[in-house]
Design a protein around this ligand. Structure first.
Ligand SMILES: Nc1ncnc2c1ncn2[C@@H]1O[C@H](COP(=O)(O)OP(=O)(O)OP(=O)(O)O)[C@@H](O)[C@H]1O
Length: 293
């Protein structure tokens, strides 16, 4: 549906995005992860046409969105702040979007505002941070676009509102087939909802991971050996020891079957427990140790 092709962008003369390429399929949720300054916002702003790339392009169903701006009406960028709209009421914001996005669904907008108990005629500047974030998302989903780009949508939200927002995002994707790209620093949030994760580092894609596929090819074991730990097993190329606390080893094993896991069982350890795989484990295994974004 959307292809980002070798996108490069400079900010203030400094390379900020370098040859970034990936695809987004209909109905998918893509997590965009990276540390502060990795280039996430610049990528989202370049994808939506707010910024022009130096090199490369963004194609929506084969059309270059920088050359054919009308295709940008098929997607919508939700920045991490709603400052632009603080002087508006939600109803005025909805009118503004309805003028830009031809499929804006006013009835749906009304339903969602009611569901989340948000006032429609109060100025946004009097809203709390959580209310502002929810309103921005409601506007985006009411626009009935094909792709929504969310820049740190859960930033500053309390845990209850955060949970509500994440559940709502998944529900929208399931109901409408809209695609989402969500930038975040939070592995644990993204892993709950994304099907693909893109790691951005210094403006470059470090890794694109299809989560289900990866989680199925990785095993995590907690093991306590009877005697000496078998070095030959722990040093196998598809095995990585991620921690050793006393005699307790936590290891990751990459394989689609269970042959290596069996080799550990043959050792008859005192304890061998299979643990659930988390996105952080995938990151540690693939990218080696740098655990925090
Ligand atoms: N308007 C701008 N003018 C100059 N440099 C900029 C501008 N916007 C971003 N940059 C630079 O581009 C780099 C990437 O910034 P960007 O905001 O895209 O990163 P990010 O991954 O979204 O970071 P964060 O997680 O902190 O929001 C940074 O080095 C930043 O200083």
């Amino acid at each position: 549906m959307l292809s980002v092709k070798r996108l490069s962008k400079e900010m203030d003369g400094r390379p900020t995005l370098c040859e970034v390429s990936f695809e987004i399929e209909q109905g998918s949720i893509v997590g965009l992860l990276g540390r502060n300054g990795a280039g996430k916002t610049t990528l989202l702003r370049t994808m939506t046409g707010i910024l022009d790339p130096e090199e490369g392009c963004v194609e929506f169903e084969g059309k270059d969105v920088h050359r054919f701006p009308e295709y940008r009406r098929q997607f919508l960028y939700v920045p991490d702040s709603t400052e632009v709209f603080v002087g508006y009421t939600p109803d005025e914001w909805a009118d503004f979007y309805a003028a830009i996005y031809p499929a804006f669904d006013k009835a749906y907008y009304g339903q969602l505002m009611e569901r989340f108990e948000l006032p429609r005629r109060k100025k946004i500047k009097h809203f709390s941070k959580g209310m502002k974030a929810l309103t921005a998302m409601i506007m985006a989903f009411s626009a009935r676009v094909r792709l929504i780009l969310l820049d740190e949508p859960t930033n500053g939200l309390d845990p209850i509102v955060k949970k509500q927002v994440l559940a709502y995002l998944v529900e929208e994707v399931a109901d409408t087939g809209v695609s989402l790209i969500i930038s975040s620093h939070h592995l644990e949030e993204i892993e709950r909802i994304a099907d693909t994760v893109i790691w951005l580092k210094n403006g470059r894609i470090e890794e694109v991971m299809v989560l289900e596929q990866l989680k199925n090819s990785l095993h995590k074991l907690q093991i306590v050996f009877k005697d000496e730990a078998p070095a030959a097993l722990l040093e196998m190329p598809n095995v990585r020891v991620i921690s050793k606390v006393g005699r307790v080893y936590t290891v990751l094993i990459e394989e689609s079957g269970t042959d290596t896991v069996r080799l550990f069982e043959v050792e008859q350890p005192l304890l061998l427990e299979k643990m659930p795989i988390q996105l952080e484990d995938v990151y540690v295994f693939k990218l080696g140790g740098e655990r925090h974004v």
